[in-house]
Design a protein around this ligand. Structure first.
Ligand code: NAD
Length: 438
């Protein structure tokens, strides 16, 4: 099938590469000239495991092309995906400017019957706006379709090639047929393609992200309570996660959720609810609890340093909002670093992939370490903020030797409290009591 993808960020690039991988002819377009120039030379704008090989192979074999000419990705394709960003507007609602601009462009350049698929995360009612925008200039028949994306950064290729399910909102059989055909190779193991009306498909994406964010905020609050009453959230997590009605994923407490999706999607859903006159008390509390959790992380560091940040040297392991990505959008690390600097501490950070992104955002406000052990050299505290694999089993003796004070604040609960205390660390984690030191 001839497929167009507009927007080559995390979602568009992964979708384009995966559709090419299953034999389709895919043209990916973006307004970012540098990004497209790089992609043509197989230089990827993001870190995503497995993506580079996929782009290189499919480009070499001629199934995947990159262009800044949107018309090229529209004119002759049977289906075009809109995968541009939907950042939060000032009032928290999703900013649809890019989506609707692309929809107008599609109307202008489509030369054959086309299915216009919204893959960006968009509020209920957007498909109707997309339809109107395409129709403004369209000279060919078209259908609109909502096909929200559920991939996780860091495991995006796997999620796309082997999805738990594909959600498709349509109002016409032709669009349903095209989507069935396109997704069939990814669903051979029996995972479902769930067809529904367009509004429900749009809503499903927000409901999924709000539910996941709720689990995180819920567990963060449980962990804080465990800290206050001397219980161990790890035991509680295992105790509730084994209940099949609850399930074990997304029950890990930490420094608060971040990334490009949960914060903005929770906000946008709240905005939709306000506009619809419906109360979303739970979701509103989830957002408040998350902001609080980021600040609670700073409090944990301050307390571990005896209440004083002024003049302290703090090493940070992990800047990305989660492991296996270089994405720092809304990363808890940004809040923690801001507050540490405000309190008069100096910061040196290590991250396996996100240093270039951190340098763009933070410039010279902090120092950067190329190797993880360089960061802790002479530090008064080590704060672990991202659960990268390389941080899971470090050489603690070496860390102790080079640190000025053996203070470790583990905001991802990566280490065993008893072991760390036995090794002589002043150890703090989230919701797990540490035994008394020797
Ligand atoms: P991104 O910011 O990484 O990429 C968006 C791309 O669109 C950029 O390359 C930008 O240059 C391009 N763009 C913007 N306006 C354009 C225009 N008018 N014409 C052509 N290109 C244009 O964004 P992303 O993370 O890929 O997210 C895209 C959408 O998918 C968002 O709605 C997001 O909420 C949703 N989503 C993201 C994820 C994720 O994990 N990142 C997961 C599921 C859904």
């Amino acid at each position: 099938m001839n497929v167009g993808v507009i927007g080559t960020g995390y979602v568009g690039l992964v979708a384009g590469a995966c559709f090419a991988e299953t034999g389709n002819d895919v043209v990916c377009a973006d307004v970012d000239v540098a990004k497209i120039d790089g992609l043509r030379r197989n230089v990827l704008p993001i870190y995503e495991p497995g993506l580079e090989a996929l782009v290189e192979r499919n480009q070499a074999e001629g199934r995947l092309r990159f262009t800044t000419d949107l018309a090229e990705a529209i004119a002759q394709v049977e289906v075009v995906f809109i995968a541009v960003g939907t950042p939060p507007d000032e009032d928290g609602s999703a900013d649809l400017r890019h989506v609707l601009a692309v929809a107008e462009t599609i109307g202008r350049y489509a030369e054959r019957a086309i299915v216009v698929v919204t893959k960006s995360t968009v509020p209920v009612g957007t498909a109707a706006k997309v339809r109107a925008a395409v129709a403004r200039h369209a000279r060919v028949p078209f259908h609109v379709c909502a096909n929200p994306e559920f991939l996780k950064e860091g495991a995006a290729i796997d999620d796309f090639l082997k999805p738990d399910r594909v959600v498709v909102g349509t109002d016409h059989e032709d669009a349903r047929r095209v989507m069935n055909e396109l997704y069939a190779p990814f669903l051979r193991t029996g995972k479902p393609i769930i067809h529904m009306d367009i509004a429900s498909a749009e809503m499903t994406k927000y409901a999924a992200n709000a539910m996941l964010a709720t689990r995180i905020s819920f567990m963060n609050e449980m962990a804080n309570l465990c800290d206050a009453v001397g219980a161990d959230v790890d035991a509680v997590r295992r105790g509730i996660g084994s209940d099949s009605r609850i399930g074990s994923s997304f029950l890990f407490p930490g420094p608060g959720y971040g990334g490009s999706c949960f914060p903005k999607d929770v906000q946008a859903l709240l905005r939709t609810a306000t506009e619809a006159g419906a109360a979303l008390e739970v979701v509103a509390a989830v957002e408040r609890a998350n902001a609080q959790q980021k600040l609670a992380s700073v409090s944990r560091v301050r307390a571990a340093l005896g209440g004083r940040l002024e003049g302290r040297r703090v090493a940070i392991w992990g800047l990305a909002f989660k492991a296996n990505t270089d994405d720092m959008r809304e990363s808890p690390a940004l809040t923690v670093i801001d507050e540490l600097l405000r309190g008069g501490a100096s910061v040196i950070a290590h991250d396996p992939e996100a240093i270039p992104e951190a340098q763009r955002r933070l410039g010279t406000r902090i120092d950067y370490a190329e190797a993880m052990y360089d960061a802790v050299d002479g530090a008064d505290a080590l704060v672990v903020l991202t659960d990268w694999n390389v941080y899971r089993n470090p050489d603690f003796a070496r860390i102790r030797r080079v640190m000025r004070a053996a203070v470790l604040v583990d905001l991802r609960n990566l280490y065993d409290p008893a072991r760390l205390v036995a090794l002589g660390f002043h150890y703090t984690s989230v919701g797990r009591p540490a035994p008394e030191g020797p």
